[in-house]
Design a protein around this ligand. Sequence first.
Ligand code: DQA
Length: 145
Amino acid sequence: MTQRTVMVLNGPNLNLLGTREPEIYGHDTLDDIAARLVARGAELGIEIDCRQTNHEGMLVDWLHEAREGGVHAVLLNAGAYTHTSIALLDAIKAIQLPVIEVHLSDPEARESFRHLSYVGMAAVDCVKGLGPDSYLVALDRAAAL
Ligand code: DQA
């Protein structure tokens, strides 16, 4: 059986996890989270392709690449672009791949400007508010798709 790939895309400021507002985002780094995803992926027969960028267009390019590369599903924590990016909304619609929205915090329990999610308008699912476990739960859901 060929191994399925799940792409895990992370947007702006998530490279600073571990030191960035730890009272909101916790103390785990993105590398810590990626290692947990790889371990869980191995149990599920899923290869993890985890990336981070601070640039909106790079996220769009990677979503296009996911379609071309035959990726099974995408986990997307677009950071603040979640709440601003029509380009990401359009890209998710364009690629016709299941995209699961992920957040460490629960944006809807925070400032009102975080309540709108363009990503959520096209994502098939959303896991939020569980800290790093949001990614693990999202991976389990992706595996079930
Ligand atoms: C976040 C929530 C966003 O509102 C914020 O801009 C982030 C992180 C989260 O994972 O909780 O950068 O996506």
